[in-house]
Design a protein around this ligand. Structure first.
Ligand code: CMC
Length: 386
């Protein structure tokens, strides 16, 4: 690189956008959307209210709320060809792949697909938020040989999702816990997937393309895929009595411990603290308290040994599991929440866009003369291990 600037690995600490959406105070472990503390929103607001806040910058009045709820309910159905496309995926395929492909395909059926105006983007944000919930449930049912269920129009976003997933109407406590977890996952500044949506948006590409790309980033185990990995770790441990032995071995092997650590939070992830309480309650209610106990014990052991903090994905794992969400659907479920933040960031990026185009620091060979193929020798093989 000729223009001399410093290489910042992983873009740590780099400020890449101004935002009014989310105030992440890593040093004090605080998080607020549009000025409202995450704890207040999780306790007192519905996910639909949080969507409105992120998209419009203010909490809705009763009239605005009712209108948004009506629009979300009206957008729940998926186009039939998208449902048919879900049936083409191998049953054993990672549902994240089917989900991501279906998001891109939804763009082919959206009347505003190529319109990046604020009005069109708000319409698409509503449609995508409603459709992604239906998509997660439909993907799950189809890969398990069942027919997708039609959305229940009288239920809230959270309640309808649990119904479409399981076929039964969940109780009030389970719906409240799930609704609050949707709020806690809804937005988180320039995390990897949201940054991806902004990079794609910065080329003046469209919302569906940005969201599909965002999910590709989210599913990685260092990001949203960590929740699934946490649950698989707890399953690997199996019992509360074996947590200590697992922790000893994992620490000795210097394993990367899923659900621990964070790039920005140094004083703890405030979402994890709230989710911990919700997981305790949900695990108790569902008669699967051991997952909560194991998580607490593992957290204590890892914190004592390495001072690592549990992040949002640590306690959401036992919570989601005890709510009946299949482990392989954890990341799509996070996406059906983060869609609120992704779309809000896409709208914000369009409003003040400049192509995102950083530089690479070249470390390859110096300039050299081209060698024609005839002069490169006859033998040699490709080292396929590299
Ligand atoms: N297990 C073991 N060691 C860890 C962990 C962990 N989970 N996280 C950080 N460390 C250690 C790491 O080994 C390194 O130690 P050293 O300096 O001795 O080499 C030090 O802490 C710094 O780690 P890093 O990987 O350079 O930190 P980062 O800011 O690049 O990574 C992270 C942040 C979240 C990717 C990382 O903590 C991690 O891999 N955690 C596990 C995966 C996870 O839970 N991801 C979800 C993140 S929060 C929700 C979301 O973003 O979706």
């Amino acid at each position: 690189m000729t223009e001399g600037t410093q290489l910042i690995r992983g873009l740590e600490g780099v400020v890449a956008a101004q935002t009014k959406l989310c105030d992440l105070d890593g040093a004090h472990g605080r998080l607020a959307y549009g000025g409202y503390d995450i704890a207040d929103l999780a306790k007192q607001a519905t996910f639909e209210e949080v969507c409105y806040l992120l998209w419009r910058g203010e909490l809705p009045t009763r009239g605005q709320y009712d209108q948004l709820v009506m629009s979300l309910v009206a957008a729940r159905e998926l186009p039939k060809p998208v449902v048919d496309a879900l049936r083409l995926a191998p049953k054993a395929a990672d549902p994240n792949r089917t989900f991501q492909a279906a998001i891109a395909l939804l763009g082919a059926f959206d009347p505003d697909a190529d319109d990046n105006s604020p009005a069109a983007n708000h319409r698409k944000a509503v449609r995508l938020t409603a459709q992604l919930a239906t998509l997660v449930a439909a993907t799950h049912r189809i890969r398990n040989g069942a027919e997708p269920l039609a959305p229940a129009l009288d239920l809230s976003h959270a309640a309808n999702f649990l119904y479409m997933l399981t076929g039964t109407r969940a109780g009030g406590a389970a719906v409240k816990a799930f609704d609050a977890s949707l709020t806690l996952y809804a937005e988180h500044e320039l995390n990897a997937s949201t940054f991806t949506t902004r990079v794609i948006t910065s080329t003046n590409s469209d919302m569906h393309s940005a969201v599909a790309g965002g999910h590709g980033a989210l599913k990685g185990p260092l990001h949203g895929g960590a929740g699934e990995a946490v649950m698989r770790t707890l399953m690997e441990i199996g019992e509360v009595a074996t947590v200590d032995a697992f922790a000893e071995k994992a620490l000795a092997e210097k394993r990367r411990l899923m659900g621990f650590g964070h790039r920005v939070y140094t004083a703890g992830d405030p979402r994890a603290a709230i989710l911990k309480g919700m997981a305790e309650e949900a695990c108790r209610q569902s008669g699967q308290f051991k997952w909560y106990e194991m998580a607490v014990k593992l957290n204590e052991r890892i914190h004592a040994a390495k001072k690592l903090i549990p992040n949002v994905d640590f306690y959401s794992a036992p919570l989601f599991y005890s709510l009946g969400i299949p482990v392989e659907q954890f990341t799509p479920v996070i996406a059906m929440s983060r869609i609120a933040g992704w779309t809000a960031n896409i709208i914000e990026q369009h409003a003040d866009n400049r192509l995102i185009r950083p530089r690479g620091d070249y470390t390859g060979p110096k300039r050299r003369a081209f060698t024609p193929m005839a002069d490169r020798g006859q033998t040699g093989h490709v080292d396929t291990r590299r």
